[in-house]
Design a protein around this ligand. Sequence first.
Ligand code: ZN
Ligand code: ZN
Length: 347
Amino acid sequence: MLRTKAYAALTPGAPLVPWEFDRRDPGERDVLIDIEYCGVCHSDIHQARDEWGGALFPMVPGHEIIGRVAKVGAKVTRFKVGDRAGVGCMVDSCRDCAPCRRGLEQFCVKGAAFSYNSTEMDRKTPTYGGYSKRIACDEAFTLKIPSSLDPAGAAPLLCAGITTYSPLRHWKVGKGSKVGVVGLGGLGHMAVKLGAAMGAEVTMLSTSPSKEGDARRLGAAGFGLTTDPATFKRLAGRFDLIIDTISAPHDYNAYLSMVTIDGAMVVVGVPPAPTPVHAFSLIQGRRTLAGSLIGGIPETQEMLDFCGEHRIVSDVEVIPIATINEAYQRTLKSDVRYRFVIDLATL
Ligand SMILES: [Zn+2]
Ligand SMILES: [Zn+2]
C-alpha cells in the first residue's frame, strides 16, 4: 500500500484537516499519478457537508485531478511514466451495462465508482479524491491531457468543462447557434468559452451587471441582466439552447420563455428545492426542459482534445492547500474568478 498525504473532512461539515491514508499499489491496468493540481468544485463543499445525504467519512474531496504519471502497470498501453494525465469524477464503472457500453459511464446501472465519497466497484473500498498527493486509477478511466494546456487551468475541465461541453454537443451547438448561459460561475464561464469556440453566439444571463465585462472577455456576444424584467421581453424566444448553471432558487418558467421553437433548456445546477414548471412553458414553442450530468469517459477525452486544439482552460486562482477552508468560504460567496485550484506541491 502507498501511504498518501491528503486533506480530509473527518466528519460532516468539519473543516478540512491534514490526514493520511493508504492508496492501493497500482495493479496491472492502473496508472499511478503524482497529483500536481486539483480543482475545487462546488459539489466538493456540498458533499463535505453531507448536504446530499449518505456521505462517507473521512472524505478526501476533489475530482478535477491533474498530474504526472509516476508508474504504470504491466498491461497499461496508453500511458507511460512522465505523461500528463487526469482523473475526473469517475474512477470505474461496471463496463458491461447498456449505458457503459455507450460510453455513458456516469449513468452506469450499477452506479459508477465516483472519485470520492463513493466506493470502488467491489462496493467496499472507499474512494478518495484529489486533495491528496497521488492516485491510482485504471487506465480506462484516466484521461490524456493535451500538452498545449496549462495544467492548473486544465484541472477544472475534468468536471466544470465536461459538465457544460456535454450538453452543448448533445444539443448540437455549432456555428450560428444562439446559446444562453445562466450564471457566470465555475460552470457558466466554461459554457461561455466552449459555446463560443463551437461557433455559437453566446449570451450571458446574469443577476450581476458587474459580470458583463468578464462575460464579453470570455467570449459572450451578448448580455442580459436577469433582475430586469425587460430582459425577458427583449430576449423572448431567442435561444436554441439555454444552459442553466444556477443552484440558487429561480423561476424556470421565466427562462424557458427565452427558448425558441423546438429549443431546449438544460439544467446542470441543482436548486435546493423542487422547481415548479408550468405546462404552458413547454407547450408554447414545443420546448424541452432537460438535465445533464457530467459526461462519459470518451466524451471527456473528446472535450480535452477540443480544449487542447482551441487552447481553452479555466480561469483559475491557484491556492496552497492550507487555505482550502477559506477557499470554501469564498466559493460559497461566489468570490472566485472562476475556479480555485489547489497546488498539491504545497501539501
Ligand atoms: Zn464537480
Ligand atoms: Zn455499467
